[in-house]
Write a protein that binds this ligand. Sequence first.
Ligand code: SF4
Length: 337
Amino acid sequence: MTITELRQRLRALGAVPLHEERVLRQWVQAKPIVSDSQRWFTDFFPLTLREAMPGIAEELGGIARLQSSHPGEDGSARLLVELRDGQAVESVLLPRDGLCVSSQVGCAVGCQFCMTGREGLIRQVTSAEIVAQVALARTLRPVKKVVFMGMGEPAHNLDHVLEAIELLGSAGNIGHKNLVFSTVGDPRVFERLPLGVVKPALALSLHTTKHELRERLLPRAPRMSPDELVEQGEVYARKTGYPIQYQWTLLDGINDGEDEIEGIVRLLKGKYALLNMIPYNTIPDLDFKRPSWDKARAIARTLHQRGVLTKLRDSAGQDVDGGCGQLRARAEKPIRL
Ligand code: SF4
């Protein structure tokens, strides 16, 4: 189901926009949709709608179900979420009321260091399934920030992701700059995002300043060079007033050399930007390695001293199979808790 289809169904049952918004708000905020003690339900909803609501509530509750939860030591928790057709995606409860959601089952970009990229694209996650991940997480703890950094490339599922963002930024009561659209970069993103009523913050996965290396690491990403990405990112940042978050997965011996430091300074110094460096979380089946924490800290410090606002981060829940797609990959083998 998409959010548009849900709206159409409600309208067919006699809902006017006010009823529609109330249902959507209750759902995305994980509050009861059927409420015989509330006047908004008993007095203001038409009978046809009231009678249909228990069925709709059950259907909405079944869009995304918690299959398993894997708490990390850092206050995060990885959730394996089952969708109605039996496919599974991952959501991650982040410290400080954040949630990372998945926008696709699998992913077509094929980043060489990513477990999800290995599977290829299995199917799109619908707008309702994205919102349902938030509603499900809100039954567990508050969610005030949503980042689209789970499985999938949001730019490859743009209509659904933007529809979900619009609902989360309105009925979902999430501040627009607390919705973070994360992408490897795609010209369509730079065309569509500025036109939306809800303009999310933007995270761009850069990973290297070298065009050819980026093409090898992200083989099926759109052919935008690092220079073009930063140029487009800067336009969006100035338009929205939110800095671009550049993501850099630090891979030992691949993108952690002096040449990359020079490249980053050339590209990002003076830009309205924040560089998030995340040391790679080693995956047994893949060849890439995590650099030492001391090395990562030295790189971040050098960049900071040279005028690039840099934060060194660990991926949330990395003690519980961090890295998108690992939980799902494990679930296909048996999960070891
Ligand atoms: Fe897709 Fe993101 Fe994995 Fe790359 S890192 S393959 S874009 S899910």
